[in-house]
Design a protein around this ligand. Structure first.
Ligand SMILES: [Fe+2]
Length: 317
């Protein structure tokens, strides 16, 4: 069975430069039913499962809140995601779990062929999230796409322009000085392209396009993919090298205007710099656990003492 059901006749050149939508058959693998997802959670080391909550219909600049679910098995977590306000994500499940890995390798093979891209590396998370959850405004350093499997959601994609995402911000993310958060301003909203997705639809967007996500009124199951291609590797090599030039030599380089012919030199420089001075790896903030998942608590969230949320969290979606 082909996992891409319909490529919609998209010109492969557009897959690199535009928002591209296509259809897939991931649901037919049987790996994303409630039972299969519960098993996946049980078979994933719990420290590799992100558990968080957030304000319903989260504003673009509001981050999520980390929690814990130590004593609950996969079936209970799926139940909590259906009834409550939760985001449950076995990170890297598509490459770490052997059954899911097989499907993922096939789908990346099909995608690379359809989009005319050579995929150098790829990883993907499974996202299981309640109605009205979402992800704040951010940018990923890698190429990214979203394969949506169950429920409805809206992805908002913003153009990767200097007035939306500065070169300095991208450099900081690539140099691991910051996470993928970006400053957001209300006037950026007029630039957003809204892509509504239902199960069986996938979307990819140009590298370094900021984005955010808002779930619909139902349980959402998706797969978010990060991958690299020779092109993204070269582009990020230029950002990385220029980030170093800006910070250590006080220069003011412009990455977006770099001619393609020069990019391999920048990439080689980035590789050499990384070998000499590896980027910091300790930027990941310690996510303080503020709640425990509890099926008997309102929205299945039992707040820890002193961590009770603001009125915004408690308001109806
Ligand atoms: Fe993202």
């Amino acid at each position: 069975m082909n996992l891409i059901a319909d490529w919609n006749g998209v010109d492969p050149r557009k897959a690199k430069t535009e928002i591209v939508r296509f259809n897939h058959r991931l649901a037919e693998t049987g790996l994303f039913t409630d039972e299969a997802l519960a098993r996946l959670i049980d078979e994933t080391p719990r420290e590799e499962v992100t558990i968080c909550t957030m304000q319903p219909c989260p504003p673009a600049d509001v981050r999520w809140i980390a929690g814990n679910a130590k004593d609950l098995d996969g079936a209970a977590l799926i139940e909590a995601a259906k009834r409550g306000r939760l985001w449950v994500s076995p990170r890297n499940a598509m490459t770490k779990h052997p059954t899911y890995r097989k499907v993922f390798d096939q789908l990346m093979g099909e995608f690379g062929k359809a989009a005319g891209m050579r995929i150098l590396s790829a990883d993907a998370s499974v996202l299981i999230s309640s109605a009205d959850m979402g992800i704040f405004f951010h940018v990923d350093p890698a190429e990214t796409m979203l394969w949506h499997i169950r429920g409805t959601k809206t992805l908002l994609v913003y153009p990767p322009r200097e007035d939306i995402v500065t070169e300095q911000a991208l450099e900081a993310i690539l140099l691991k000085e910051t996470l993928s958060d970006l400053p957001w301003r209300p006037d950026m909203e007029k630039e957003a392209v809204a892509v509504t997705l239902k199960g069986g639809e996938a979307v990819s967007w140009p590298i370094h396009s900021p984005h955010r996500v808002l779930n619909g009124a139902d349980l959402n199951v998706s797969m978010s993919v990060e991958f690299s291609t020779p092109r993204s590797m070269l582009t990020n090599g230029v950002f990385y090298t220029n980030g170093i030039l800006r910070r250590r030599l006080g220069m003011n380089p412009q990455t977006r205007g770099t001619p393609g012919v020069l990019k391999p030199a920048y990439w080689a420089a980035a590789r050499a710099i990384k070998a000499l001075a590896p980027p910091k790896t300790n930027v990941e903030r310690a996510h303080v656990r503020m709640f425990d998942v509890d099926l008997s608590a309102p929205w299945c969230i039992r707040w820890r003492r002193g961590c009770e949320p603001s009125a915004d969290w408690n308001k109806a979606a």
